[in-house]
Design a protein around this ligand. Structure first.
Ligand SMILES: [Zn+2]
Length: 65
């Protein structure tokens, strides 16, 4: 998977995929954002650490829904 560009500030180097659930002992905090344990519909997939934008993967990768 290539780099994700933030649609808000345009930064492509600090947008991280949000991973939900309990992070394990080998969780890569540099690579991923922790989204928390609460799982609900339509939660954002990505967070930009530059401007704090959060968003969905939808525009980048289509969901089968
Ligand atoms: Zn941004």
């Amino acid at each position: 998977m290539g780099k994700v560009q933030c649609p808000f500030c345009g930064d492509a180097g600090d947008v991280h995929e949000i991973v939900y659930g309990m992070p394990g002992p080998d969780f890569d905090f540099e690579k991923y954002e922790v989204g928390g344990c609460i799982v609900f519909d339509e939660q954002p997939d990505f967070r930009c650490r530059v401007c704090d934008w959060v968003g969905f993967r939808k525009p980048l990768k289509r969901r089968t829904k």
